[in-house]
Design a protein around this ligand. Structure first.
Ligand code: FPP
Length: 263
């Protein structure tokens, strides 16, 4: 089946290759509708489907969704169980949509902490989609950035002790190699929904220079128009990565006596 043509919106500025999303506000959305909190998660699945499909069709290279944090295991057992069943169902039901849009699915996190059936569904969906050459959809599951750094440090300590890495070789790139998925470039744009101004232990290393966009809408309300608003905002950003905007030579310092006095 032919894949839909890439149609990238043009807002006259940069377009993000990697978007990461903190999907927040499911519970608040449900409460606002007079529904049980967990029904916000069910509704959130529709946003996951729409945003994944839209991003794939716009030519985004990677989309990382924060679907379940290590800290989320502290929620009531019934909510954790509900989320895990929803995840297992999503991983099976979405296979045709992922295939039709050429999306490759991969997960990051302490995946061994997921229930057996969710992990099995995940591994099977990863396997079925691994040859797709369109967008990479990364689900952060049982994920925490501090846990990722701790897990990486443990592997690093083992490599150091075994002489596979030497102290003098350590730099940013060596450390990156110990993250869960080191070959996916850092997010250009980090979106958080429901108006909260926090990064909540998400991709702490990788978002060092990401542009942040906070949407007021709760995740179940975050659809194509809200995504376009985020992309339009991103197109106006000037990314400097700690440097300067352009390579224009700096004005010569005024070293004349009067110039020195004026400073
Ligand atoms: C935060 O909302 C959201 C989560 C903890 C889970 C995100 C899950 C989904 C969007 C649905 C399932 C996803 C997949 C991929 C199957 P919250 O409950 O913390 O909202 P609140 O802050 O309003 O309480």
């Amino acid at each position: 089946m032919a894949r839909p043509k890439i149609e990238r919106p043009d807002f006259g500025g940069p377009f993000p290759e990697h978007i990461a999303v903190i999907m927040d506000g499911n519970g608040r959305w449900a409460r606002g509708q007079g529904l049980r909190r967990v029904l916000g998660h069910s509704e959130g699945v529709h946003s996951v489907r729409e945003i994944t499909t839209e991003c794939a069709r716009m030519g985004v290279k990677s989309l990382t969704l924060y679907a379940f944090s290590v800290e989320n295991f502290k929620r009531p057992k019934a909510e954790v169980g509900f989320l895990m069943r929803l995840l297992s169902k999503f991983l099976v039901d979405e296979r045709p949509t992922l295939m039709n849009n050429g999306v490759r699915l991969r997960a990051i996190g302490r995946l061994e902490e997921l229930p057996k059936n969710a992990l099995a569904a995940l591994r099977e969906t990863e396997r079925l989609t691994e040859r797709n050459d369109g967008m990479l959809l990364r689900l952060a599951l049982a994920y925490g950035a501090r846990a990722e750094l701790a897990d990486g440090l443990r592997r690093f300590a083992r490599d150091l002790a075994a002489g596979r890495v030497r102290e003098q070789d350590i730099d940013d790139e060596t450390l990156r190699g110990y993250l869960y998925d080191p070959h996916t470039p850092d997010p250009d744009l980090l979106i958080r929904t429901a108006g909260e101004l926090r990064v909540s232990n998400f991709l702490l290393w990788q978002i060092s220079y990401s542009e942040i966009y906070v949407a007021k809408e709760c995740w179940p309300q975050f659809r194509r128009p809200q995504l376009l608003a985020a992309l339009e905002d991103y197109a106006r950003r000037v990314r400097k990565f700690g440097g300067l905007v352009n390579d224009a030579p700096a004005p010569k310092p005024d070293t004349t006596r009067s110039g020195m006095r004026a400073r």
